[in-house]
Design a protein around this ligand. Structure first.
Ligand SMILES: [Mg+2]
Length: 319
């Protein structure tokens, strides 16, 4: 994977806004476009359905050097991470394969093996799909349906001024390997929803700055983060040490993306209880309170030298 990055910036965001402004939406739609998953009332008492579609594309999300099993793991894992963001349980998936000219059948089978292994671990059924010719490059699209108890579903909206901002795991430097081998935080999310019910939640796919920005927009609020509290991945620090061209670790943690961790907000009064009980339940998953929601819009980072303003738009994807 090259070090080059592509700024998906305002053009893509504006296109999404234009497209989603005129979607037909019926009465069964609880939450349409604009959250991690669509939330559907399919008439099952006590439950909502969660719908998510996602794709990984060679040259953007993996390269010809990537382990094909990990490519399959990533293709399904990304969609699972979005189901986790709403505290749901993934259930059924369908797959669309875009096959390039002269594809390597064995490699594609390994992609499926990786997907199947992750599906099995989470009791997800792979229930079919579609293959299409895509002469230029391989892509794998996954549509995933999940379920969530109605009173446990957590949306991007709901963060309140004064809430703490929390993240699981570590941030930045994902390109060193984590982006292909992450564990979707499904168990952690469901546990959080059942025990603490965060006020808002999102998964970190585009970097904390951009993804937390979505929570802030929905809340018409801002956030102040503490640089010293950010769980920066070792690889992000190493990359910065090894190459002057690499991003500084703080920027990597905020904007690299592909962390596939949870970011959620929760009333400050519950902080000590949460830390204590989470560590007992998930001793291998780091959990950090990285800041708080504030009234003044925008994202600011408190450093030793003072407050720095960070843009929340224009996140960066790997290429
Ligand atoms: Mg998401």
């Amino acid at each position: 994977m090259s070090k080059a990055t592509r700024n998906s910036g305002p053009d893509e965001l504006e296109l999404i806004l234009r497209l989603t402004a005129k979607l037909p939406v019926g009465d069964s739609v609880v939450v349409g476009a604009g959250d991690d998953c669509a939330v559907i009332d399919a008439g099952v008492p006590g439950l909502w359905q969660l719908h998510k579609t996602d794709a990984v594309v060679k040259g953007i999300h993996f390269t010809s050097d990537s382990d094909p099993r990990q490519v399959g793991h990533k293709a399904l894992g990304r969609a699972m991470s979005d189901i986790a963001a709403m505290a749901g349980t993934p259930r059924w998936a369908t797959v669309t394969l875009g096959l390039p000219d002269g594809f390597d059948a064995q490699r594609i089978e390994s992609v499926y093996d990786g997907m199947a292994a992750l599906a099995q671990r989470h009791e997800v059924s792979l229930v079919g799909g579609e293959t299409v010719a895509n002469p230029d490059r391989l892509f794998i699209g996954v549509s995933l349906v999940g379920e969530v108890e109605r009173d446990k579903c957590i949306l991007r909206s709901g963060a309140a001024v004064g809430d703490g901002v929390w993240v699981t795991g570590e941030l930045g430097g994902s390109i060193a390997g984590h982006h292909l081998a992450f564990t979707p935080r499904l168990a952690e999310a469901r546990w959080l929803a059942a025990r603490f019910k965060p006020s808002a939640m999102i998964d970190l796919s585009d970097g904390l700055a951009g993804d937390l920005g979505h929570l802030l927009n929905k809340a018409s609020a801002g956030a102040e983060l503490l640089e010293s509290a950010l769980p920066i991945r070792r690889e992000a620090r190493l990359r910065a040490r090894e190459s002057e061209a690499a991003k500084p670790p703080l920027l990597a943690a905020l904007t690299d993306g592909e962390d596939y961790e949870l970011c959620f907000t929760l009333g400050q009064g519950q902080a000590v209880d949460l830390l204590d009980r989470f560590k007992q339940e998930f001793p291998d998953t780091p959990l950090s309170c990285v800041g708080k929601i504030v009234r003044q819009p925008g994202l600011k980072i408190r450093q030793k030298t003072g407050l720095m303003e960070i843009p929340t738009r224009g996140h960066v994807h790997f290429q």
